[in-house]
Design a binder for this molecule. Structure first.
Ligand code: ATP
Ligand code: MG
Length: 336
């Protein structure tokens, strides 16, 4: 049986970008494929400690898992939910893969370049986490790894590392699919990149400090609406979808299309040529605040007990699969 795998760092409450770009697409894919594929949904808690943790890590982990259930994840025997650090094989395979990954390819990772830019010192974890991520994928022979566009490069890296390992030590790893194949698999859910509301040149990130630049899933709906109303747009004075030249307005159109589940073309048709940006903002603000209110209500119906029961079954499963693959790897490199 093939495996789909995904994770979202639990370093804080998630943003609307995480929800629209990763959580919701993953839930839809899981519900679509979980009769015929393994669906691994894990919290990369080791990745979470690479940077600052906003709040309590344990609370964040629990909440992140609840998000999947609140977003409509239907759990059956093929859906496996686990925490990365509860499966020690992740840390161990990371070291072995570190000895296969090269400084050159790691230094080309855009996320690392962005996150270390302008910092006088940054921790090794920020540089190395893509290798840990490669291990997260390869331990479970996951072929499909639905992620937001910013993570495509890391999935490609995992594929390259696996290919090099197999070449050097024998056919141990199943290669994750190429980006093109991943995109095809994800269909219309793929490649979403929600922009920062204040600085739409950048993507919305939960670790961005400025509160006005991101919508958090626990924002009061009215507060979220205010943030949309003050989003940076442009001075063209006419709505047009052009993500390069008019990223602010285009981002709002994209958000509207995703939140209302309408094709982007239909949303563009409706708004192109409109000269009152305020009207568009109002509509986006209403859609987003309505969505948040619904989501937050659903979240209250998911209990801690439900999550811990899923973790206990999921972690037993994950440990079994991961330890078996790790042993193969250890044998291949001569450690066993
Ligand atoms: P951080 O600033 O802590 O890196 P992040 O918002 O980038 O936070 P991650 O935990 O790195 O979130 O990524 C979780 C998932 O959310 C990934 O699949 C990633 O591709 C997706 N994602 C992150 N930001 C966006 C965004 N702005 N639009 C769409 N998807 C996103
Ligand atoms: Mg990120």
């Amino acid at each position: 049986m093939k495996t789909i795998l995904t994770g979202i760092r639990a370093n804080s409450v998630l943003t609307l970008g995480n929800y629209l770009g990763a959580l919701l697409p993953m839930v839809r894919l899981a519900n679509k494929y979980s009769e015929e594929m393994n669906v691994n949904i894990f919290v990369p808690d080791l990745h979470s400690i690479v940077g600052e943790i906003d709040g309590d890590l344990q609370d964040n982990i629990l909440r992140t898992l609840k998000y999947y259930l609140a977003a409509g994840l239907q759990v059956n025997k093929n859906v496996h939910i686990y925490r990365q650090s509860f499966i020690p094989a992740h840390s161990e395979i990371c070291w072995i893969l570190n000895c296969v990954a090269t400084m050159g390819e790691m230094s080309r990772m855009t996320q690392y370049k962005e996150k270390s830019e302008g910092k006088s010192s940054c921790n090794v974890g920020i540089f190395d986490y893509p290798v840990l991520m490669a291990g997260d994928i390869l331990l479970y022979s996951a072929e499909y790894v639905p992620v937001g566009e910013d993570q495509f490069q890391h999935v490609e890296l995992a594929r390259n590392i696996a290919e090099r390992f197999n070449h050097r030590f024998g056919e141990v790893f199943v290669l994750p699919k190429t980006t093109d194949e991943q995109v095809k698999f994800m269909g219309s859910e793929s490649g979403v990149r929600i922009r920062d509301l204040s600085n739409p040149e950048k993507k919305m990130s939960k670790s961005t400090v400025a509160a006005g630049s991101k919508i958090m899933l626990d924002d009061e709906p009215a507060r979220a609406a205010k943030k949309i109303m003050s989003a940076t747009t442009d001075s063209f004075g006419e709505v047009q979808y052009d993500i390069q030249e008019r990223p602010g307005i285009s981002n709002l159109l994209r958000i509207l299309s995703l939140v209302t589940d309408k094709p982007i073309e239909a949303v563009i048709d409706r708004w192109a040529g409109e000269t009152r940006y305020g009207e568009l903002k109002k509509e986006v603000a209403e859609a987003v605040s309505g969505m948040l209110a619904d989501f937050q209500a659903k979240l209250t119906t998911v209990s801690d007990t439900e999550v811990f029961e899923l973790l206990s079954v999921g972690e037993e499963y994950a440990r079994g699969v991961a330890e078996k693959k790790l042993l193969e790897v250890q044998k291949a490199v001569g450690l066993r």
